[in-house]
Design a protein around this ligand. Structure first.
Ligand SMILES: C[S@@+](CC[C@H](N)C(=O)[O-])C[C@H]1O[C@@H](n2cnc3c(N)ncnc32)[C@H](O)[C@@H]1O
Length: 227
């Protein structure tokens, strides 16, 4: 799979790219490329933004600068199957969307800055607008990393234990519910004991207990499940 991130701050991704699961995913043949809007802007002096029509605070990323970055990146005709613009007002990311994106051959993410991106990008260039939650970040870089991370851990070869991504929160194996609680040694700490069933060695009972805990968490969180 190919993931492209458009940003004004590619250096933000240095740390992300150095993480083991990301390196694993890249080593397994996936690609993560970064494009700086400034490298292809048709405007003088590396300009990419302008003041908003109608007035107001801040600057807006220009549609011509974003379009130029997209055209330059895909001059070879190899366009992404999904082109996401990151926006607090977009569709909220969830496991279903992450799964859907992970099944695409090529996804591109447009990170905004300042007051955001000219709306014509969302209307005419992007296929989706995606939010990572109902709060406002300073820029789309962290949001792009969150979306990329949620995708990458679903790609074969990214995780040390492939099974980790099969049975985890919101997966089909858990009927779409949050994951059950985990415990490790010591079995008792400051009087806080691990549930007996987990020490029983009875795999069927453990499985049943875990599913029930997942369902309980779904009910507590009001999360819809497939059960
Ligand atoms: C300072 S924010 C712009 C906030 C915008 N004026 C608003 O009120 O929604 C700059 C950029 O950060 C990104 N961003 C901020 N919050 C986000 C969120 N919750 N999810 C996804 N992207 C977000 C978007 O790319 C946005 O264009």
């Amino acid at each position: 799979m190919k993931i492209d991130v458009f940003t004004l701050f590619p250096a933000w991704f240095d740390w992300f790219l150095s993480q083991r699961h990301v390196r694993n995913a890249l080593g397994a043949g996936n690609q993560l490329r970064l494009f700086n809007y400034r490298d292809s802007t048709p405007l003088g002096g590396g300009q990419v933004d302008d003041s908003p029509y109608g007035g107001g605070a801040g600057m807006v990323l220009r549609v011509d600068a974003v379009d130029a970055a997209i055209r330059a990146a895909y001059a070879d005709g190899l366009e992404p199957s999904r082109l996401l613009v990151l926006s607090a007002s977009g569709r909220q990311l969830d496991d279903g969307l992450a799964r859907d994106l992970a099944s695409e051959p090529h996804v591109a993410l447009l990170s905004g800055r300042y007051e955001g991106i000219d709306e014509r990008v969302r209307d005419h260039l992007a296929t989706d607008a995606v939010s990572i939650g109902p709060y406002v970040l300073s820029g789309g870089e962290l949001a792009s990393m969150v979306v990329t991370d949620a995708i990458i851990r679903k790609l074969p070869g990214a995780l040390g234990h492939a099974d980790s991504a099969i049975e985890e929160s919101f997966s089909e194996a858990l009927e779409g519910a949050p994951e059950y609680p985990h415990y490790t040694r010591p079995a008792s700490y400051r009087g806080w004991s691990v549930p007996d069933v987990l020490l029983s060695g009875d795999h069927a009972r453990v499985r049943e207990w875990r599913l029930e805990q997942s369902r309980k968490r779904a009910r507590a969180a009001g999360t819809p499940t497939d059960a």
